[in-house]
Design a binder for this molecule. Sequence first.
Ligand code: ATP
Ligand code: MG
Length: 450
Amino acid sequence: MRLSRYFLPVLKETPSEAQIVSHRYMLRAGMIKQNAAGIYSWLPLGFRVLRKLENIVHEEQIRAGHIPMLMPTLQSADLWRESGRYDAFGDEMLRITDRQGRDLIYGPTNEEMVTDIFRSHVGSYKDLPLTLYHIQWKFRDEMRPRFGVMRGREFFMKDGYTFDLTKEDALHAYNRHLVSYLRTYERMGLQAIPMRADSGAMGGDNTHEFLVLAETGESEVFYDSAVTDLRFGDREIDYNSHKDCAAIMEEFTSKYARTDETHDAALFDAVPEERRRVARGIEVGQIFYFGTKYSEAMGATVQGPDGKVTPVHMGSHGIGVSRLLGAIIEASHDDRGIIWPEGVTPFHCGIINLKQGDTQADAACDALYDSLTALGLDPLYDDRDERAGGKFATMDLIGLPWRITVGPRGLKNGMVELTSRRTGESEEMEPAQAVEKIAQIYKGLTVRGI
Ligand code: ATP
Ligand code: MG
């Protein structure tokens, strides 16, 4: 993309309404624009990152054997009356009446709708296990929408639903989700720690939340610092193996890590003192096993191999895709702007032309742009006729992890400069070498933008 032809409405001033750094940078970098409290337009740069996160979530869900689909944002209120949640959900639920006087809601989550789909089409254990998921906009009329996309009213969420014949199978589905989530967050350059949590309005008692440690997080968390040393890494895992998934669950959840809702002071005291941590975290996902709560209420049953008909065991599993943008920025920035992890960056590298209009510099930038593009990479070329300082400030603010700087002085010796946004270190090299190095860095990180 050439910046002169892009839409990147960068703000010079720091918006006064933004209290936390991710919100400030998302507004300043022209990623989002507020439409109403907690409701945002995703401007092109923000949309690129959102799509990348969505694609990573899809890839990891499909890898785990889960099946993508799409349910609507508007739902019939009748389904929610069946489960009893039409009243229980309270003011967070946006209720709408259509011209025929029928009650609809803008979905805050989809347990009821997916249970209805299941009961309409599945009746035998032979169709199990089944995991259906979608990534769709949700609406919750939050009391205090704030912090930009972190606590929006309209937000983008992956929600997956598991259906199993037995509790044992359902707990395997739960473990499988934990593994797939660990992989997902690590690919985004994030550490999200599974913590034992409270199930709230969802019901059930097996639930973990995934928290990204950050001072601006809304949850208070208590943990053994040893959990922060755990990494999933690039292990191969057989998602069908109950044993393998249970072992990962055990590895990642046996050390003390809880949110304030389930914190147990006596258990925490058993952690060696030097490893006890009290901090804040951002909830970026949650997994639940809730048994037969919805299937019983809504008559979603299956016939087992013994001919007996029983309610299906269910779980639901969510990732806050739009909130993740804020969480990643909270975890990765400096005083000049965002620093995107390579796995989610909106463009793979920036190209800065120090002397726009100089024949040689223009030709070198064009050649770099073409070579990178031919390799399937997305460069952002700042080809505007602006002074260098302004170009650097914009690049730093929008946070592309790598930058190639091209100017007449370097080109005299056939050199350009490759700079890391994270370390600030620069290296002079030939343009072909810079392209090669960028290609190496992104090898294996195949998620395409838009
Ligand atoms: P919270 O406790 O933050 O209100 P929740 O526990 O009610 O969230 P879940 O029902 O678990 O939310 O939804 C799954 C994920 O969706 C959450 O882990 C979170 O990342 C994201 N999410 C929930 N509410 C919002 C919101 N208002 N804005 C942005 N993301 C949200
Ligand atoms: Mg939650």
